[in-house]
Design a protein around this ligand. Structure first.
Ligand SMILES: [Zn+2]
Length: 115
């Protein structure tokens, strides 16, 4: 899997591009083939450590945001998706518990990344 990643450093110089091993040990996921995506302002905020999207960068973090493509693999526990379904991926992590999440305003989650 080709990706742009950042780890252990908050500078543009720390961005790396290359082959990354796929994580295939989760039985509750689908695999989506992405033909293209882009970096946007949220990736810049992540690199800068802006409040609300401060991440633990001791772990590898794959950059890039929303994209839509087709499902190419479906794990057995998934029942609502099938191969060739078109899906929209929003990789943001929300808490699903705060006032904004409960009002379906997840972009304003008070505890992003806490799920
Ligand atoms: Zn929330």
């Amino acid at each position: 899997m080709q990706s742009v990643c950042i780890k252990n450093n908050r500078s543009r110089d720390s961005l790396t591009y290359g082959e990354l091993q796929e994580n295939t040990d989760k039985s509750t996921e689908v695999k989506v083939k992405i033909s293209s995506c882009f970096l946007n302002r949220l990736d810049i905020f992540t690199i800068m450590g802006v409040k609300g999207i401060e991440l633990d960068l001791t772990k590898l973090h794959i950059l890039a945001e929303d994209f839509a493509e087709k499902v190419v693999e479906v794990e057995q526990k998934i029942t609502d998706k099938k191969i060739r379904d078109r899906v929209l991926v929003n990789p943001g992590l929300i808490c699903s518990k705060c006032e904004n999440c409960l009002k379906d305003m997840t972009e304003l989650c008070s505890n992003p990344g806490s799920n």
